[in-house]
Unconditional design. Structure first.
Length: 420
RNA sequence: GGAGGGGUGACCGAGUGGACGAUGGUGACGGUCUUGAAAACCGUUGUCUCCUCACGGGGACCGUGGGUUCGAAUCCCACCCCCUCCGCCA
């Protein structure tokens, strides 16, 4: 959520930012109108309230309660109720509109229309040459008996799969390797959060109200399944004032992620690239506003470190204004080359969200013991998404006979050096 | 799930209709005193929001949401959470 004061006082800044994103500017105009109406009503209600408070105080001092004053105040009370009902209605609409307006891109984000305008900022490693035709992971997985697509469908339907034997072990090894690396080498505190959360958590992270159609929801108990660990991690400090000298806070968390993928219907249905349930290791930072840009650089570096330790070639691309996620100020994606399915796989997306989520989730910090609370900045980045890294490993480390060499970094986590 | 108890400011803890944003204490900060420190004493110490260039002023907040009333931390209703006991369970 943007600061309503910013929208009010510098509407042009907001218009320009939304234009760069390709957003409909009418939303901003509506917000400004609703804000004006709301404050007008609030002012009326508060003036009446001040009068009532004053008179009530006077009445409390009087021996004989004056019936006419009380009657008058009863009317004032009714008017207050009426105006407030109206004000609440306007406030509700204002909130809904505000929650649906995306964040403003940072000044240095390249302006562009869509993914085609994203920029490669660097690349690492050389794609391995093959003396044979590398197979896609779904063929490798089935041949090796480590991915069972048919039974996944039997159990749960399309976009579900079963990992078995060394397939399952490879995933577990990767999870442990990533958690260990981030917690022991990069300074993150490991968190195990709930996978089902309350509605307000999704509002805090900005998945709701706008992206409800990508979420699983238990109507009976009103639990929402997390689409990423970013959701519970954002809310870990919801409605808190973080004490002085505490920031930055770094968290890392492995969770299952649940996504309906309504928007991507029919896309990427083959293999394990896009399922309704997948594992992810997520890094998350709460930082002081002045430091968030530098923290993003280091967040990307922490994600890259995993790629490098696994010996998997990748490139880093910066998203342009038109491709930026809803909450992000600036984002870098990491993509790995998959020689089997011959495409770049997005294994990580690292974003600085500025104070956008912090305002929604009401996460503040106190710079000094005497100072007023300020909103923190939040950052999130995959470190990394498991299925796609599995694809990259399988396809990059495959051999002519269909076996897969285990990357060196994972050998201590596996009971084998080769999957065959 | 059943029975009972309880949710008040950073913390402890008073407050059952009217000067209560909330007594008191602790902690923290500033000051007096002291060579220094402790003790003692004095003072300061919430969040949000609206109006104002500012000084300052208004409004809201005592788990959450409704209701009663001229007026609610205090009364009524619903819900949530915590504690104790019982039941059930990985």
């Amino acid at each position: 959520m943007l600061d309503i004061k910013l929208i009010r006082d510098n509407p042009d800044t907001v218009f320009k930012a939304m234009e760069k994103r390709g957003e409909d500017l009418d939303q901003v105009r509506e917000i400004i109108d609703l804000d004006n109406t709301y404050r007008q009503l609030l002012k009326e209600a508060e003036t009446l309230r001040a009068r009532r408070n004053d008179v009530s105080k006077q009445i409390s001092h009087m021996k004989d309660k004056p019936a006419d004053l009380i009657a008058e105040m009863r009317q004032v009370g009714d008017r207050i109720t009426g105006i407030e009902a109206e004000a609440n209605q306007v406030a509700g609409r204002l909130e809904d509109k505000s929650l649906r307006l995306p964040n403003m891109p940072a000044e240095d984000v390249p302006v562009g229309k869509d993914a085609a305008d994203n920029r490669e900022v660097r690349s690492w490693g050389k794609p391995k040459g093959f003396t044979f035709d590398p197979l896609p992971h779904w063929e490798l997985g089935e041949k090796l008996g480590i991915i069972d697509f048919q039974r996944g469908v039997k159990l749960s339907g399309t976009r579900f799969y079963v990992l078995s034997g060394l397939g399952s072990q490879l995933q577990r090894a990767l999870i442990n390797f990533m958690l260990d690396t981030h917690s022991k080498q990069h300074g993150y505190t490991e968190i195990y959060p709930p996978f089902m959360v309350k509605r307000e958590c999704l509002v805090g992270s900005s998945n709701l109200p706008k992206f409800a159609d990508n979420l699983y929801h238990d109507a009976e108990e009103d639990y929402w399944f997390i689409p990423t660990a970013e959701v519970p991690l954002t809310n870990l400090h919801r409605d808190e004032i973080i004490p002085p000298a505490t920031l930055p806070i770094y968290y890392v968390s492995h969770t299952s992620c649940f996504r309906r993928e309504k928007m991507a219907a029919g896309k990427d249905t083959r293999g394990i690239k896009r399922g309704h349930q997948f594992e992810k290791v997520e890094m998350y930072k709460f930082v002081e506003p002045e430091t968030s840009d530098g923290e993003l650089t280091r967040l990307v570096a922490d994600a890259e470190d995993i790629c490098q330790k696994l010996g998997l070639p990748y490139h880093v691309i910066q998203l342009c204004t038109g491709d930026l996620g809803f909450a992000a100020v600036k984002t870098f994606d990491i993509e790995m080359w998959a020689p089997g399915c011959k495409e770049w796989l997005e294994v990580s997306s690292c974003s600085n969200c500025g104070d956008f989520q912090a305002r929604r989730a009401n996460v503040r910090y106190r710079p000094d013991p005497e100072a007023k609370p300020r909103l923190v900045h939040t950052l999130n980045g995959s470190g990394l998404a498991l299925p796609r890294v599995m694809i990259a490993i399988m396809e990059n480390y495959q051999q002519a006979d269909g076996s897969i060499v285990v990357p060196e970094a994972l050998i201590p986590y596996m009971n084998t050096t080769i999957i065959r």
